[in-house]
Design a protein around this ligand. Sequence first.
Ligand code: URA
Length: 261
Amino acid sequence: MTKEEKTQLYSLLKTVSDSLYGHKSPDFPDEIPIFEDDMVQVQAETTETQNTASTNAAQSESVSSAGGNSATSTIDNISSKIRECKRCQLCASRKQTVPGMGVEKPFVLVIGEGPGEEEDKQGLPFVGPAGQLLDKMLAAIQLYRNKNCYIANIVKCRPPMNRNPMPEEADACRPFLDAQIAALKPKAILCAGSVAVKNLFHINDGVMKLHGQVLDYKGIPVVTTWHPSALLRAPENKRPAWEDLKIFKSELLKLDPNYDK
Ligand code: URA
């Protein structure tokens, strides 16, 4: 069985098990176990990639040098680099990459987890059912992707069966997120869900512990709330999510008292 087939089977069994339990089954952790033979296969699969793209460090350099250096790379340059990316195994199963979308000088950067099925089809972030809820959450605090936000993800390619990105996938994609933050210079960041906050800060605490707190990422205030997909699954969290958004809005008003006008 290939790694891809194992991953798909695991995701299927996890979905069935989670729904039988009525909550996350302890038998199937979010993080998919990696077996030794998988690693050998992943290495073989990525050899071709590595031949064309050299080391991560060099790749990182090529991302940041897309427009001279990370501070001067335009978001379009970064998106072009993402579109040709083959840094990790997700390139094999994606239909297309999803670099991100929004305005060039956003007030707020929203960070999600990774593209789902609809995003993979359209090449745009948060355009499925979760995206519709995200747009409503943002509009409730006067944020709009075509006016004052940019929406990006931890990984820019769809993980098969919408599983969480694996650490090596998030790591491979990280230079793109770093380059996006450097180019966009958002005044504040909203993390949608645990995957976003854990990966942004490289920490183990997720949304249950951190939601509503104002964290600091290199001088940028960051608030975390539930991922809209999680809210669609567990609507009882919409009320605390609204409290998080109000906290985020009060931070935004400190940065610009007129942003909501
Ligand atoms: N979920 C995400 O985290 N990101 C998307 O772009 C879509 C769904």
